[in-house]
Ligand binder design. Sequence first.
Ligand code: PHE
Length: 448
Amino acid sequence: MAKQSHNHAQWSSRTAFVLAATGSAVGLGNIWKFPYMVGESGGAVFVVVYLACIALIGLPILVSEWLLGRRGQSNPINTMETLSRESGRSPNWVLVGIAGVLGAFLILSFYSVVGGWSLNYTWSTLTGDLGRSSGVAVGDYFEALLKQPWTLFIWHTLFMLLTFGIVAGGVKGGLERAAKWLMPLLIVALVGLIGFGTTTTGFDEAAAFMFSPDWSKLNGGVVLAALGHAFFTLSLGMGIMMAYGSYLGQDVDLIKTARTVVILDTLIALAAGMAIFPVVFANGQDAGSGPGLIFSTLPTAFMEMPAGTIFGTIFFALLTIAALTSAISLLEPVTEFLEERTSLPRIGAALVAALATWALGIAALLSFNLWSGFTPFGLSIFNLLDALTAKFMLPLTGLAAIVFTAWFLDSDGVKQELGLGSTGRVVWHYVSRYVAPIGVVVVFFTSL
Ligand code: PHE
């Protein structure tokens, strides 16, 4: 994205942009979080509501964030400052940008802990520690890991160091180019796991669990979880997509591009579910066991399949890389914020941002062991950080972005910018003004 036009850099091509946006969107949210949320929230009911949230709320908000960013040509805070001034609205809209930076900081803190798990699993699958030499059964490895604050600390630190190194060292572009090859590999690995799943006795049950809804399981909590996850998985409500949009050229078709990113992200999540649940059911494991789901399930599969050690190592390495491409996108807004608001040079800003998130991450990892008794609002620190961001901050910030776009920008200009035909205009009008915002508000208030 080096090409200079006017005074703000631009992506070198649409492909470079799609890769960076997909790199941010596809990560632990798809492979770690989605399956365990499906498992906790009643299976297919969650999947159906999630798909509806993605299509009716996530997609239009993604388009809005890119559009705002492209118009503002700056970081989210400055963008909201400029656009609210230009359209004669309250300067308080800048809060959207600020909430985004704060959200990114909070998410990265616990994201890095999970990235650390993924790194640990890559290593211990490779060395055979997982299951054999450690003296812990594969299925119990995760529980045992959570009880060791030092081990969690070391891997969390390592993950954060990698993230910092990439952001500070300016090798982001390189990583994004690498993602071009690694992303398809991740998909191949998931398809391979699904293939393995078909050989187990749990495949049919898994398919029914994920795609045949039992509506009696539907409730406000499930809907809010699905909505929050739609934001999380598409990296919405954090100014990240807005920042990416600021580097976009006028010629890029936002709707078409958003569709590509959303479809990829969704397919990867669904594939992850179909990779994991056959193993869960074939081994009589608990689908609703929470955040440890993939970590206690997949190693069982790797133990059973031929060349499982190699395959397992590759799988967790790919997961770690997908997590890193998301983590760098989370560190970026905090870094940029510090760089612009303080006198710190870029590397110093990245260091302060990384240190602060790392420190909060320590609190998150301690909540699995030493601090497990400390549960403000009935949640552990880890779960609190997750709930606060996914269920409150992201939906509200995303709501603000779409309300601003749909109601406060020149609506004809927006429709033209989106290249909409006559039907498209009507659909965009109703979806962006009513369906998406009302959807967020209704879900939000009914589930409180
Ligand atoms: N979307 C990423 C994932 O699904 C997580 C993420 C959230 C990244 C918010 C950036 C911002 O893993």
